[in-house]
Design a protein around this ligand. Structure first.
Ligand code: PMP
Length: 362
């Protein structure tokens, strides 16, 4: 055995690396990005600010300007504390490492965002998934039973959920919070596209943290997530956060974009309209086709089921359209594909290629 084989954790060696598909030159509808950029005039103003960034210094430990821009842009309760992360991925990891000793349980309805399980594994926590119902709604009795049986340190509720787009009922979230002995993380990565948020209620319970990100709002490239909870929770989680985890360029860009959040809000509103149009078009394609079904979504993507989904995915890819095949992720997602809602033109390219692929396979 080599030094590497002797040294690298066996579960790391057995793991497939997280592969991000090469999307060069493709219509990229696989990663829930916002297709719109900031307007050129704003980007030029931002470039001017970035020019003055003190790249030779570590960033300041506190981020008052960024936090104040965030509080002005969003509905964060005044008494709640905020913690920033290098994307919400990092915050998921930090929360788990703050709460879990080896063997402790992290619990979530599944299928859901994979990083809850991945970060649990690297922290030696035990991830327990509780299946959604067949229609992808929350199985509340099963979830409550699992909470009772496993006493999880952390429960993750993606609200709305990825990759299904389903938003659970707020009353169900409350029931989970009441039942959970530990922390409940309400992950609102897709909040900009949803009808409701748990943010106004974050301090109404002693064990809730709301997680958000700027990624889906048009700033995926800068990697900024934030956690909102009581000062007590945040001050504990902050101890596990690596110092300087949010770099100076991200701070400047995020603060600038948040000061212009009206632009981002307008883009999200346009994407919500396009979601309705894309969903209606997909449902029209599904109507005469046996085995094709489209799920309603509260996020900036749509999940749909179609026979021979993997072949459909490949045919679209050959046509330069990249979506996500999620059929192997979980039995409930058999033959499912996920497509990000984009501009009218990109949505139309996708629909045209999809119709050709479906006709070819039928
Ligand atoms: N939560 C959910 C539910 C997600 O779908 C994603 C990204 N796909 C994230 C968190 C992570 O987002 P980011 O790290 O870009 O902030």
């Amino acid at each position: 055995m080599s030094a590497l084989q002797n040294t690298v954790r066996a579960d790391v060696q057995a793991t497939q690396a997280y592969v991000v598909a090469n999307a060069t030159g493709m219509v990229k509808l696989d990663a829930m990005e916002n297709p719109h950029e900031l307007p050129l005039a704003l980007r030029e103003e931002l470039a001017e600010r970035l020019k003055h960034a003190a790249l030779n210094r570590y960033p300041e430990p506190q981020m008052p300007a960024l936090e104040s821009a965030l509080r002005q842009a969003f509905d964060i309760p005044e008494d709640a504390a905020v913690l920033f992360g290098n994307g919400s991925d990092e915050l998921i990891d930090i929360v788990i490492r703050t709460c879990c000793m080896p063997g402790d349980v992290v619990l979530s309805p599944v299928p859901t965002f994979v990083m809850y399980a991945v970060s649990s594994q690297w922290a030696h926590a035990r991830f327990v998934g509780v299946d959604f119902n067949a229609d992808l709604s929350l199985n509340l009795p099963a979830l409550l039973q699992a909470i009772d049986a496993h006493k999880p340190k952390v429960v993750f509720l993606a609200y709305p959920n990825n990759p299904t787009g389903v938003a659970m009922r707020k009353a169900d979230i409350e029931a989970v919070i009441q039942a959970a002995p530990g922390l409940v993380v309400v992950d609102e990565a897709y909040e900009a596209f949803a009808d409701e948020s748990f943010m106004p209620d974050v301090l109404k319970h002693p064990n809730v943290l709301v997680l958000r990100t700027l990624s889906k709002l048009g700033l995926a490239g800068i990697r900024l997530g934030y956690a909102v909870a009581s000062k007590d929770w945040i001050s504990q989680i902050d101890k596990v956060r690596p110092p300087y985890n949010v770099n100076i360029l991200t701070r400047i860009a995020a603060e600038f974009a948040l000061r212009h959040h009206g632009v981002l809000d307008d883009q999200a509103a346009r994407l919500r309209e396009n979601r309705a149009k894309l969903s209606a078009a997909l449902k029209r394609l599904a109507a005469p086709r046996k085995g094709m079904e489209v799920f309603d979504s509260h996020a900036n993507f749509l999940l749909f089921r179609v026979p021979q989904a993997q072949q459909v995915f490949e045919l679209l890819k050959n046509e330069g359209i990249l979506i996500k095949y999620v059929g192997k992720m979980h039995p409930l997602l058999q033959d499912c594909l996920r497509v990000t809602v984009s501009t009218d033109a990109e949505n139309q390219s996708f629909l045209t290629a999809l119709e050709v692929a479906l006709n070819q396979l039928s």
